[in-house]
Unconditional design. Structure first.
Length: 221
């Protein structure tokens, strides 16, 4: 026997009917966790990269992988490095080895192009640093403009921030008082006391708790 017409329609379209209530539940926008200062200065017509550049923030802190225009500071640094490479021939051999660094060498030739000597680099020059890291840092700094209004507000917010001070609970205060009365500053002995250290606190946790208790007592005096 064949199926009823309604059952055949259910088999062909087993999905739930898309009513208005279901569609509204699916299309509901979820709240995005964001900073209030950044949200107040955010331009929805611009991209993320354009907004960060306009607000004076660096879009990426790990350097630029490509696709962006080189900044003036980066161009000046590369030009200075090219001029510095031309002056390597004027250095003495010891300084030249340190400047080249390990894994690099310089071939000296005469006017005819014949090889005179090969100078191998010995140890890296700590003042120069990594060339790639230097380029990435300059590229990151070039993304951010001068100090903007948002940056000034963020710095003001950080300067006015009061660090949260955690106070001891009555149970922690009582327990720290018992530890100090029995062991003083011998926190390792208090750690091995199974009856006293029922919560199995570590030596560092016991020391931190007792020092916080002593600081509270000194501040109260």
């Amino acid at each position: 026997m064949g199926k009823r017409p309604h059952a055949r329609r259910v088999n062909r379209q087993p999905t739930q009917k898309n009513t208005r209530r279901v569609a509204n539940r699916v299309a509901r926008k979820r709240p995005i966790a964001q900073d209030k200062l950044v949200a107040a200065h955010w331009d929805k017509e611009l991209t993320v990269r354009q907004n960060y550049a306009r607000l004076g923030l660096a879009h990426r802190v790990n350097g630029v992988a490509g696709g962006t225009e080189r900044s003036r500071a980066l161009e000046e640094m590369l030009a200075y490095r090219a001029a510095d490479a031309q002056d390597l021939s004027k250095l003495d051999e010891a300084t030249l080895k340190r400047r080249l660094g390990p894994g690099r060498a310089m071939i000296k030739r005469d006017d005819k192009g014949n090889i005179i000597s090969v100078i191998m680099g010995t140890e890296a020059d700590l003042d120069d640093g990594s060339e790639e890291q230097e380029e990435e840092q300059l590229a990151v700094l070039s993304q951010a403009k001068a100090k903007s209004q948002l940056v000034e507000e963020m710095e003001r917010q950080v300067a006015e921030h009061v660090p949260y001070q955690r106070f001891l609970s009555p149970g922690e205060t009582k327990w720290a008082k018992e530890v100090i009365a029995k062991y003083g500053d011998q926190y390792e002995r208090a750690f091995r006391d199974l009856k006293l250290n029922k919560l199995q606190r570590t030596v560092g946790q016991i020391r931190q708790l007792c020092e916080r208790y002593l600081a509270t007592q000194q501040a109260a005096q």
